[in-house]
Ligand binder design. Structure first.
Ligand SMILES: [Zn+2]
Length: 143
């Protein structure tokens, strides 16, 4: 007896039609192309992390103790997996750049807020208002 062929589905990533693997016909979410499977896996990780927000928090203490008990583990691993170190360094560079951009945004935001405060100084008494504005500017410029 011939098995029934599963109905074709449309891949949400590339938009092509595909016939799902017969055993996974009900659950298969993307076509078999490597790029689509990778994208679907990323989505799955992302939604899992959103559903389990605290899962990776507070892990470093445990990792630190484990690494102290296994001092050569990372050196041996990196020697056996040279591609890992290259990818990790690239990721670290990307994360540092992102963090730096984030910090710059915060600093620029603080600067703009202080300027807005100085601009909001009322000028009912012109001389007093001017003195307050100059004091504010001098305070801002001196850090
Ligand atoms: Zn696809």
């Amino acid at each position: 007896m011939k098995r029934p062929k599963p109905a074709p589905k449309r891949c949400p990533h590339c938009g092509r039609q595909y016939v799902p693997y017969i055993r996974a016909a009900k659950t298969q979410k993307s076509c078999g192309r490597a790029a689509c499977r990778k994208r679907r896996q990323r989505q799955a990780y992302k939604s899992w992390r959103a559903k389990n927000p605290g899962y990776f928090r507070g892990r470093y203490i445990k990792v630190k103790h484990w690494l102290a008990a296994h001092p050569d583990y990372q050196r041996v691993y990196r020697a056996g997996n040279p591609g890992y170190a290259v990818a990790n360094n690239a990721g670290q560079r990307r994360r540092r750049k992102k963090l730096k951009r984030f910090r710059t945004d915060i600093q620029n935001g603080l600067f703009r807020r202080k300027i807005a405060q100085i601009q909001d100084i009322g000028m009912t008494d012109i001389q007093n208002g001017l003195i307050q504005k100059v004091d504010g500017l001098l305070g801002l410029l001196s850090g």
